[in-house]
Design a protein around this ligand. Structure first.
Ligand code: SF4
Ligand code: SF4
Length: 501
């Protein structure tokens, strides 16, 4: 069975009704002045209590807690390095994540992380539908918080509807003012928390108040304040319905075994009001109380079937379960279920929940592969990156005694948090002499020290007797050794025709 997701038109009470035909939509358009867009019908979600609401509250606290608190977590690193556990250090060109420290050249780890996040989202969607949208997406979490604030200032659904319909008064003004100020404060805290991920949080906190923070910090905080305020306070469900591409893409991950919030049509219909002590014979369990509709933050009626707007938040499940408890009918008229299970039940068969299916195997396999590669990459990450750059101009110099000299620049990136002292030696050139400006020439090894988390550079001049050279281009290997690190890099010693006797 294919899941059909349709766009619905809102009812006057803020909920939605059946699919809209083109003719109807055109007529509606002409009725509101022929503009391109229909004005938004405000939605006033009612507070609901229940299992899914509790889970949503818990996730709201956890996710927001992680977001706001993370920049303040300290992590011990050697002196001179940031002590912040998670930091995107643009100035120092490093990304710190607890014990992991990435250099700009290792941006592929970030790419890998994004690929992992995408695959995890694909897998979650194939298994549980829009679980991310309903419970953990920042838009959902902040909108939930903003609605809770709105409820605090203006009351629950009916009170909010009455207040909006009422003419302006002192009571309305201070309630609306208080709500918007609180929203702005949350927006500012959100934008403020964001910039702490890019600077040392305690230092930036002090600088912010005395006007000494970087201009980019003030601009970023202002932009984030505005976007949080407008997306979570003003646009709310419209972001999910019109701006976010994910609702359109996710359909490709769904099949008949995907868990979604569903109204059990066979059980609920025919619906209608029910009086106490009336028989349930010949009718459905839905008493048409509309509770599932008025709690919906997306303003839709789940009884109309699967819809693009539904974010699988489960609030209508809680609302309907509460009603079922009151009227003494079994819970689960609206429930998380699969098309396959519903169909099986309708045919009198036992429903089967298939979590292991070809698409979930592909997604899980790809996720395991990318995660494995990431872990392997991190475990085998080179503590020191060694590069040898040979002089290109001139490629070699003939000295007054007939010997040949080539110049090299050794670059050593010390990715460890300890100062490293290396011995630099050369292999492959008989009788070579190494020299670096400011130091005596040596036939043995040069010494090079690189500070923690820094790139060291050493200029090396290699001299060889022309007679000792077997060819115009002799392969050589530079060795770099410290107490616990050993690495090497190949290069060539060029002499051109100069070695010809
Ligand atoms: S229909 Fe139910 S699950 Fe879907 S968005 Fe509305 S309340 Fe949430
Ligand atoms: S809450 Fe349940 S009983 Fe009430 S209208 Fe919705 S589906 Fe019907």
């Amino acid at each position: 069975m294919v899941t059909v997701i349709e766009r619905r038109e809102p009812k006057p009470d803020g909920s939605h009704q059946g699919p809209v035909s083109v003719a109807k939509a055109t007529k509606a358009k002409s009725q509101h002045g022929g503009g391109l867009y229909k004005p938004r019908t405000p939605i006033y979600p009612k507070l609901v209590h229940g299992r899914w609401r509790m889970i949503k509250w818990a996730l709201l606290v956890v996710t927001l807690g992680i977001y706001y608190a993370t920049p303040w977590i300290r992590w011990h690193r050697p002196e001179g390095l940031p002590q912040q556990a998670v930091l995107v250090d643009f100035t120092g060109r490093r990304f710190y994540f607890f014990f992991i420290q990435l250099w700009p050249q290792e941006v592929y780890f970030i790419t890998g992380l994004l690929v992992m996040a995408a695959l995890a989202l694909f897998l979650t969607s194939a298994l549980f539908g829009r679980l991310w949208c309903g419970y953990a997406c920042p838009q959902t979490v902040w909108t939930d918080l903003f609605i809770a604030v709105e409820r605090l200032w203006e009351g629950d659904r009916n009170a909010r509807m009455r207040l909006d319909a009422a003419p302006m008064s002192f009571d309305k003004a201070w309630r609306k003012g208080g709500k918007h100020l609180t929203w702005l404060a949350i927006g500012a805290a959100t934008g403020g928390a964001w910039i702490f991920y890019f600077h040392d949080a305690p230092t930036l906190w002090k600088q912010l108040w005395v006007g000494q923070a970087p201009l980019t910090a003030y601009i970023s905080a202002a932009v984030l304040t505005f976007t949080t305020y407008s997306l979570a306070g003003g646009m709310r469900e419209q972001v999910c319905t019109y701006l976010c591409p994910w609702p359109r893409i996710q359909g490709a991950m769904f099949d008949e075994h995907t868990l979604q919030v569903m109204y059990l049509h066979e059980r609920g219909e025919p619906r209608g009001p029910h009086k106490k002590n009336e028989s349930w014979e010949g009718r459905g369990d839905c008493i048409d109380c509309n509770q599932c509709v008025i709690v919906c933050p997306m303003g839709i009626d789940i009884r109309d079937g699967a819809q693009l707007e539904c974010i699988n938040c489960g609030l209508c499940v809680d609302a309907c379960d509460e009603i079922m408890d009151k009227i003494g009918r079994p819970r689960g008229l609206i429930a998380y279920d699969t098309d396959h299970a519903v169909e099986a039940r309708a045919c009198g068969n036992k429903p089967r929940y298939d979590f292991i299916r070809p698409r979930t195997i592909y997604y899980a396999g790809a996720l395991a592969l990318v995660s494995g590669l990431m872990i392997w990459g991190l475990v085998n990450r080179e503590p020191v990156v060694f590069d040898v750059l040979r002089d290109r101009n001139p490629t070699f110099v003939r000295l007054h005694d007939g010997s040949i000299r080539d110049g090299y620049t050794l670059k050593v990136a010390n990715r460890t948090f300890a100062r490293q002292t290396f011995q630099v030696t050369l292999e492959g050139l008989p009788g070579d002499v190494l020299k670096t400006p400011g130091m005596d020439a040596t036939k043995g090894a040069l010494t090079m020290t690189v500070e923690p988390d820094q790139v060291g550079s050493l200029r090396v001049l290699v001299t060889a007797q022309a007679q000792a050279l077997s060819a115009p281009s002799v392969p050589v290997t530079f060795h770099l050794r410290s107490a616990d690190i050993q690495t090497e890099k190949r290069s060539v010693f060029l002499s051109g025709a100069a070695n010809t006797p």
